[in-house]
Design a protein around this ligand. Structure first.
Ligand code: SAM
Length: 330
């Protein structure tokens, strides 16, 4: 029982170190990242995964190598930023449930990064046997393409905005990570249907495909989200798309989210210059609404989970889903 207070004490005592790390990260972010139009929000899930790697709960060797080569990070800043948590976890043999992987379901919203990472890991791994192509939309600093099983013959595509993708390719190369099996496709989801661009780069819609769309829908307009989902209907049977989303109530700062919603959208805008604009309405029967929404795009819902309160008058904060092409009627 002493482990929890000891963990908290170490975190408090070393908080000036974490603060220095945060300042270093923000300075690099503004000097070398934002100024070049490279995504800053891509660091949020990535740094969460790196914490999982360095606390020993989830392996991500390729991601770890990128720490030294991504524009807004380096080994020293990472040590300041994450060192206190890693040290506290090692000394105390304890991790708060929100930082564990897999995280217990009861951790709820506090474990959003871990639970979402687990959902995308699991659906990808489970799909590998039945699909031949993997597409990572809005890949950011995701490294799943570099951790596929050795015998994998999957065709792999990473799609992202041009500046972010250019920075990733440079970081991969500097880190000595082999990316020769990955086809990189640069596009803007809000401007152009990504499927067209993908096909121009050798993507075959007739081959069953797993599409990983993590942490992206919130930055897109509603047409781009709907069109992207609808794209799946033109792909081979057995194709699936895994995606996550904020609740519209949070994004629009409605009701109980009046303050927190504003805080999140404002801070993302100020720090990263990226705007959270799309959310899925979840106050009333989120699951049924999602089935109906996906059906309009020609898809069927095969997995759905929300985080946050679903009691009366409240709305979940966040959710993730796996969708597939609606099976053809016999
Ligand atoms: C929060 S990051 C998520 C990165 C990665 N999927 C992950 O979870 O680690 C959002 C990603 O979406 C990309 N993105 C956002 N809006 C985009 C757009 N309109 N067109 C292309 N990419 C976009 C960003 O460049 C960034 O890589």
């Amino acid at each position: 029982m002493i482990r929890i207070p000891a963990f908290i004490l170490i975190m408090i005592l070393l908080s000036p170190v974490t603060l220095l790390g945060s300042i270093g990260y923000l300075l690099k972010l503004f000097a070398f990242n934002r100024s070049k139009g490279i995504s800053g929000t891509a660091y949020e899930p990535y740094l969460g995964r790196m914490l999982m790697h360095d606390t020993g709960v989830r392996n991500d060797m390729a991601g770890r190598k990128l720490i030294s080569t991504l524009p807004a990070m380096n080994a020293f800043i990472w040590m300041l930023l994450a060192g206190p948590t890693i040290l506290a976890a090692r000394v105390c043999g304890y991790l708060p449930s929100g930082l564990r992987y897999p995280a217990p379901r009861r951790a709820g919203v506090s474990a959003v990064l871990s639970l979402r990472t687990e959902m995308f890991d699991t659906t990808l791994n489970e799909s590998l046997e039945s699909v031949e192509q993997v597409v990572i939309l809005g890949a950011g600093w995701d490294t799943r393409a570099y951790a596929l099983p050795q015998n994998s013959n999957h065709r792999v595509f990473e799609v992202d905005a041009p500046a972010t993708q250019k920075a990733k390719r440079a970081a991969l190369s500097k880190a000595g990570i082999d990316s020769s099996h990955v086809t990189f496709v640069a596009t803007d989801f809000n401007q152009q249907p990504w499927l067209e661009t993908l096909q121009a780069h050798g993507f075959d819609p007739a081959i069953p495909t797993y599409i990983l769309w993590e942490g992206v829908t919130m930055y897109l307009d509603q047409e781009a989200v709907a069109d992207s989902l609808h794209s799946l209907t033109t792909l081979a049977e057995g194709s699936v798309i895994a995606f996550d989303f904020f609740s519209e109530e949070l994004v629009k700062a409605k009701g109980p989210f009046f303050l927190i919603g504003r805080l999140i959208t404002l801070s993302f805008g100020l720090i990263y210059g990226e705007h959270i604009i799309w959310g899925f309405p979840m106050r009333i029967k989120a699951g049924e609404s999602m089935v109906e929404y996906l059906s309009k795009q020609g898809l069927a819902l095969s997995q759905f989970e929300v985080l946050g309160s679903i009691s009366k008058g409240k709305a979940p904060v966040y959710g993730f889903a796996l969708a597939e092409k609606k099976p053809r009627k016999p």
